[in-house]
Ligand binder design. Sequence first.
Ligand code: XIL
Length: 345
Amino acid sequence: ETRSLKGAFLNDFYIGAAINKNQILEIDSASIKLLVKEFNTITPENDMKWEQIHPAKDSFYFDIADKYVALGKKNNMHIVGHTLVWHSQLAPWMQDITDSTTMAKQVEHHINTIVGRYKGQIHTWDVVNEALNEDGSLRESIFLNVMGEKYIAYAFKLAAKADPYAKLVYNDYNLWKPEKRAGVVQLVKSLQAKGIKIDGVGMQAHWSLEGPSIEDIENSIIAYSNLGVKVSFTELDVTVLPNPWDLNGAAVEQSYEQYEGDPTMNPYPDKLPDSAQIQLANHYKDIFSLFLKHKDKIDRVTFWGVNDGQSWLNYWPINGRTNHPLLFDRDFQPKTAYDSVIALK
Ligand code: XIL
């Protein structure tokens, strides 16, 4: 058995997975084995987020991050840093800052320290994460409120200075949406107009069997690529469970209690039945066909987890469901969707 995702797409784009402590600390050997066999790029699912890596004003916690980078180096992987500036999973002490000068100093200290520490070792940074609203306007956050819109350019400038060779990415979800796409285009253009380096747009790609449409994704790939930056799919998964959100798609996080005991909200608590396997396989086939069509514009395709058991979609946006959104099942076996993707090559 020598086939692998990374082998199949070797001349097209990097193929990656998000990993967490189980893999980084080599606790879960089955997962590590699969990771190294199938993938050539890694992203830390949580361990480089601000609350983890910089939990107090004057203290950084690098133990896990160092091991993460060492794992990537040992296996010759393309190593991604995720993420420098994000309103979510931010350390609480940062959220108490109310003046622009203090915040700018802390952002500078954060970026210089972390990007500097891994200079030449982390190949790509998600510099700013989720800075836009669904309509493409700038999203309200502690950074926008305290520093104003300049915080984005500021972060990119600092990252470029701290490691001139790292690829710098703007990362966000729902970037297939035309209005949000327009916001990204504006953001990238405004950085470029200021002479600030940006190398890529990261489309998170938390998708579902219902969509987004291939056409919407394709239009975004083309629009971003036309700016002279590369596109990456940075957090790919395809949920097979019913969407609990409201009809406008607003991210209303529902409590588990609200749905507990409702089997229609958790239809596949054990195995994914064959009919759904095939549906997922066809969906992934369409997605990867599109990626291949635009491989000259695409840097990297990273799945948000190694296998279904690891996926955050088992606990988000409702905790306690059993999701099956990736290419490998809970026993680390390739699913029908894996075969459909590999068969494209
Ligand atoms: C998620 C992780 O997968 C979860 O384990 C964590 O509890 C919350 O964050 N957008 C991002 C990722 O950029 O960092 C998020 O990861 C998923 C959405």
